[in-house]
Design a protein around this ligand. Sequence first.
Ligand code: GLU
Length: 480
Amino acid sequence: MTVRVRIAPSPTGNLHIGTARTAVFNWLFARHHGGEFILRIEDTDSERSRPEYTENILEGLRWLGLNWDDGPFFQTKRLELYKQAVQTLFDKGLAYRCYTTAEELEALREAQKARNEAPRYDNRHRNLTPEQEAAYKAEGRNFVIRFKIEDEREIVWNDLVRGKMVWRGSDLGGDMVIARAAADGIGLPLYNFAVVVDDMDMQMTHVIRGEDHIANTAKQILLYEAFGAKVPEFAHTPLILNQEGRKLSKRDGVTSISDFKRMGFTAEGLANYMTLLGWSAPDSTQEIFTLEEAAKQFSFERVNKAGAKFDWAKLDWINSQYIHSMPVDKLTDLLIPFWEEAGYQFTGGRERPWIEQLVTLIGPSLTRLVDAVAMSKLFFTETVEFSDEASAQLKQEGSSATLKGVIAALENHQLTEASAQEIIKQVVKEQNVKKGLVMKALRSGLTGDLHGPDLIQSWLLLNQIGLDKPRLLQAVEVAS
Ligand code: GLU
């Protein structure tokens, strides 16, 4: 048996972190077993589905490296199949038309509420006579198509994450709606029905999805049985929780993969982090691995039942590991869009070799790609703003003379690493000041700050784009 699994997002929003994590687990499981991972777009909700969300979902999955083997299949292109499936259930006497109006359903719900009962459809149109149906039709009532669910039924499955699951038919809210009406008969299918028809047709062996679908699974198993089809294995993965232990939501800042991308997470780092949202490797100290490496070790035995807390610090740490080990040219490619977005111009000597030197300089200090914007601002602006600390440093006795000494020395030197050291030595001697003072004055003058990346390398970069001397002159103004 070849393992076949799928991710089946609804294009009613951007690719959500929860869906992406479910995609990761499906992908890992498929790759572990040499199976197939299929992409299906569940777009039957015509009011909320949008093509731009589909685009965002495909782009996000590709970006994360979750390549799929077949699809994307679109449910809206498969309507004929669902119609045939509804007809099959009619033919078997397992489905019927229900003409109950919205008002009648509302009244039913109210009455149930008043009696402190859970809301459920009371199956009132399960056995209409042809005359009753004709009468409702004559009234101009619309209908939905319902599938019969027996209250006494017990539904049992062995969930690969949660173990033995037992549901009762009476917990499922009465006969379920599987499709709406259409002018010519059977209209759009509902989620639970279309999913089963597709999963049967696409020969899914395992259904791996978020635990919010558990109640659907009970209904879906009844549908498989009605069709006489083999029921796939189910694995319900834990929810992703925020720090307060509640389901991660928009209020937590980000929910979609494109948001994480914009915040400066790398695809590899985010994908790596997602594998750990509910799963751990057999050697639980191992936390850094590519998707391929995780796939080798993946099994549902090591997926938690409990919700997975989203840990920003860990995501940051993992992300920084990927950034720090990335080749300079690749990191450069990733950083350029962030600089462009910030409006930085690659003019005045800021060509690729220079940019790569800048990346070499700041790369080791980055946690998120976007950090590069603030960290390299001084290399993209003509004048620099001095921090309070830097201004105070520049106003210290000896700073002004030191800076003037450096400016003068620059006239006679082509700046290199060696000559920079030479200039510093020379100024220390001439001005009879401590080397520490020269270094601090230089750093404050060149970068506007007392902290930052390697000073000599920063100086060299500024020198290559002709910014060191103007900066030092600007600093002398502050100093005197
Ligand atoms: N369209 C459903 C969702 O986005 C798919 C659930 C399933 O995997 O069956 O939640």
